[in-house]
Write a protein that binds this ligand. Structure first.
Ligand code: HEM
Ligand SMILES: [Ca+2]
Length: 229
């Protein structure tokens, strides 16, 4: 039988070559770790800051092993944990880590493992956002309230899909296409995942996304659903 090209390719790689590839990856990983900005304690273990700002909390849910860094496979696991499908989770892992890794890394040396460093997450803020996170990653209650006073028309404490679009358009800075796309993805994913049966995105849901408590809740609900199946 004729083998597929990639099958014969894998068998042809000699064991020694595989070891070399493994060592190369290990080496690149060590370099990427050496240039990482996470703090290290006396035992040489990576640790995250305890005094996290709210934006760091938003991201910390996806740091599955709590080492202060979100790798693409952790973004994937986090999305799966809150009940997203394999396609959305894979797409999110590539899109988010590719987009944010370099912005959060110290120096100019990129890492092929696309780590997002939570310590520097405020550097990943983009334009055309709501402004609810300030430049230090803190939550600004007055701007949060403004979302509803300006855009919630049908219900005082929930947004319809059209009202959400109104919020996104109002936040757009001219020609900031990357910011438009980033904001659209963040809010649309939130809406798709968390809208109620009438298509409404509730204020307390949105509040929970800012400090990441929403993700914890969704993970719990998803694992209970799986248990009861
Ligand atoms: C289901 C998963 C996620 C959802 C639904 C979500 C949703 C959101 C929402 C609604 C905002 C607020 C934007 C605004 O105020 O205009 C936001 C901000 C942000 N998110 Fe997420 N997010 C998710 C996962 C992640 C992950 C995995 C990362 C990074 C590893 C991340 C990084 C950020 C950053 C850096 C901001 C600040 C943007 C800014 O204010 O300019 N998010 N996200
Ligand atoms: Ca991690």
């Amino acid at each position: 039988m004729k083998r597929k090209y990639w099958e014969s390719y894998i068998t042809v790689i000699k064991p020694i070559t595989r070891i070399q590839i493994f060592l190369l990856f290990l080496f690149l990983h060590q370099i990427s770790m050496a240039t990482s900005s996470s703090t290290t304690n006396n035992n040489g273990e990576k640790q995250i800051e305890h005094d996290q700002n709210v934006l760091q909390k938003h991201v910390a849910f996806f740091d599955r092993n709590h080492d202060g860094i979100v790798y693409p496979w952790e973004t994937f696991q986090g999305f799966r944990a809150i009940g997203c499908g394999i396609i959305l989770s894979s797409f999110a892992a590539i899109f988010i880590n590719f987009g944010l890794s370099q912005k959060t890394r110290p120096g100019k040396f990129p890492s092929i493992f696309l780590p997002v460093e939570i310590k520097n997450i405020t550097k990943a803020k983009h334009g055309s956002d709501s402004g609810v996170y300030d430049n230090e990653g803190r939550f600004v209650p007055s701007i949060f309230e403004e979302i509803f006073s300006k855009h919630a028309r049908k219900h005082p404490s929930a947004l319809t899909s059209d009202e959400l679009m109104g919020l996104l358009k109002a936040n757009r800075e001219p020609k900031d296409y990357k910011g438009w796309l980033a904001s659209y993805s963040e809010w649309k994913i939130l809406h798709v995942l968390c809208k109620d049966k009438d298509g409404l995105l509730h204020k307390e849901t949105i509040r929970g996304v800012y400090d990441g408590s929403l993700f914890e809740r969704m993970e719990k609900e998803h694992s209970e659903k799986k248990k009861n199946k």
